[in-house]
Design a protein around this ligand. Structure first.
Ligand SMILES: Nc1nc2c(ncn2[C@@H]2O[C@H](COP(=O)(O)OP(=O)(O)O)[C@@H](O)[C@H]2O)c(=O)[nH]1
Ligand SMILES: [Mg+2]
Length: 368
């Protein structure tokens, strides 16, 4: 089980991103398995479900979300189903000021006493996949250089800290409000990577350092609310969501999360197998055979199944039988297949018993 954390400063777009993503991902895959590549998100509790529905309804009525007050903590919890895999997705929607409290030296020590901050920090550290949400309005759209610099600094430290702590962490930097800045940034810089390189150099160096260490860091551009319209109130005009708005970039993000989760899971099995866990060997075999979180390699898969099967794990014995029967990772060998199915059946595995029976019957028939 991998944790995914979505964090960012106040107004970075966490709530909009996660609720729209959750809504779009809440469709169960149909019987043809569509939507399977990204899985589907199931709310863990009714608060999460209601919250997502409420925010989504507000957005469709042209209203952005009210920002979370400082010091309040808001947990939204989902399970991301990826076939057999489950990923715990959590949004700790703390007020963005808290992120500054956590990572900027001056306020760090006094505020760390706050249990809320401790929870937040622990969660960030426990997560295998971390998404930093950065609103282009706070950067490209911010004309005050000092403010821009400070916004950048808030992200620099946590990203650096996490990368140094654990090179296996998967970090996604998600730039939001792309609907407003896509043309502008593409015209002037070509893409987001170049924009960050040229304009946010300190942050870019953190990204490069991380990559040198082998950490996966990817930049995304999204607009959960792609379609907006101008609304006037008195002298001021601002952009609000349009009803039935479309989203941009969420698919790419989902695919990345899915792959990251699979790699995390593979790594977890590997670690467990090293500790001598027999089930983990079987799971590893399964990953190799399916190409889940690792390149598909049935020969490796077979070796993993064999390790578990030799220690008497019935499901691994059955899996080995399957590989021999179908000539996967080995040459096809019915007798060897039957041998492993028999071992599993002798330990009470009903499925193996049926397959064995079927194999024996069809073989006798074809011999006649
Ligand atoms: N144009 C545009 N603005 C967005 C989008 N997502 C977020 N925003 C802006 O960012 C603000 C803050 O978003 P919110 O999710 O509440 O930020 P949070 O404080 O991190 O939860 C919103 O009120 C919008 O003005 C988007 O997809 N397009
Ligand atoms: Mg929020």
């Amino acid at each position: 089980m991998t944790n995914l954390a979505i964090i960012g400063i106040s107004g970075s777009g966490k709530t909009v991103l996660s609720t729209v993503w959750a809504k779009r991902m809440s469709v169960r895959p149909d019987t043809e398995g569509n939507n399977d590549s990204c899985g589907y998100l199931e709310p863990k509790n009714w608060q999460t479900k209601e919250y997502v529905n409420d925010v989504f309804a507000d957005l469709n009525q042209g209203q952005w979300v009210r920002s979370t007050e400082q010091g309040t903590k808001f947990d939204l919890d989902w399970i991301l189903h990826l076939g057999k895999l489950e990923v715990s997705v959590k949004l700790i929607d703390s007020a963005g000021q808290d992120l500054k409290g956590l990572f900027l030296e001056d306020t760090y020590k006094q505020e760390i006493q706050d249990t809320h901050l401790v929870t937040l920090l622990k969660y960030i550290q426990s997560a295998g996949i971390i998404i930093f949400v950065m609103n282009l309005q706070h950067f490209r759209g911010e004309s005050n250089g000092r403010v821009r610099w400070r916004n950048e600094a808030v992200y620099e430290e946590p990203i650096r800290m996490l990368i140094n702590q654990d090179k296996w962490k998967k970090v996604g930097i998600v730039w939001t409000a792309w609907d407003l800045y896509k043309d502008d940034i593409e015209n002037e810089y070509g893409n987001i990577e170049e924009y960050v390189h040229k304009e946010l150099n300190a942050l870019y160096n953190v990204v490069l350092d991380g990559r040198k260490k082998g950490v996966t860091i990817k930049l995304f551009t999204v607009a959960p609310v792609w379609d907006t319209e101008t609304k006037r109130e008195g002298d001021s005009a601002f952009r609000v969501p349009k009803a039935n708005f479309t989203s941009y970039g969420l698919n790419d993000l989902s695919v990345w999360i899915t792959e990251a989760a699979k790699e995390e899971q593979f790594r977890m099995y590997q670690w467990q197998a090293e500790q001598g866990n027999v089930n983990a060997y079987n799971n590893l075999g399964w990953c190799y055979c399916k190409g889940m979180g690792v390149n598909r390699d049935e020969q490796n898969g077979m070796e993993c199944f064999l390790k578990a099967a030799q220690q008497g794990l019935t499901v691994a014995q059955r899996n080995l039988g399957y590989l021999y029967l179908n000539g996967l990772g080995t040459t096809k060998d019915i007798e060897e297949a039957k041998k492993w199915y028999r071992k599993a059946a002798e330990q009470g595995d009903k499925k193996s018993e049926q397959i064995l029976k079927f194999l024996t019957e069809t073989q006798t028939e074809s011999n006649i």
